[in-house]
Write a protein that binds this ligand. Sequence first.
Ligand code: GLP
Length: 250
Amino acid sequence: MELRVEADPASVAIWVADQLLSYWRGPLQANPGTARPLGLATGRTMEPVYAVLVQRWKALTAEQRPAPSSWRSFNLDEYVGLAAGDGRSFQAFMHHHLRGPLGLDPACLQLPDGMAADPAQEASRYATAVAASGGIGLQLLGLGLNGHVGFNEPPCGPEARCRCLALSDSTRHQNAEAFGGDPEAVPSQAITLGLAEILEAQRILLVVTGKAKASVLRRLLEDPPGVDLPASWLRRHPDATVIADRAAAP
Ligand code: GLP
């Protein structure tokens, strides 16, 4: 696994946004319908990344600019049970940060449906949709303080597939900010792509910024892969890069 260190979150965002834009202007635009889609993440780490992507896209000339209709992506995860249009859902996050600013059709940017009557069935539908698109081409990941990627909570092995699962206390604490600071208000369940689908991506970018992530990143880079640190299985992937800022890097 390659480690790339940039000075700060702003430089990290520029590098990652350029990777996404190149993938869009490259495979997605050149082979509409057959190129593997992007795999996207939510979370605070991704906010500056998507802001730079939108900025860069807008700065292109009309000729250079890839058409919104050529965009194809699947998000990693979604909370279960937030009402449609709830601003704290990942659906709303993606609408605010990417779909709206880039003018993307909802069919081009997919997420699991957290309001589905049967979340387990929805996970299976979502997994089938990802597989039918050929699997993920470029997978963007953030890192949970407990070592989760997507919502693959520890313990988790590399064979875990898309499913509905219970969120850990640690994750509900980490994500409480968006819920008025109350971990109890964070939904108790989510649908997530599994480590298996993540590891099937052609290329993986794990984005890690801030001092709070330094110790989990150190464990991830140093310890052998194991179920206690789900992100550690990424070390087995042939084309995975950790992109960190100086505060998070060892
Ligand atoms: C969340 C999401 C992940 C995200 C990670 C890091 O719980 N399920 O997809 O990447 O945790 O979040 P943040 O960037 O806010 O630290």
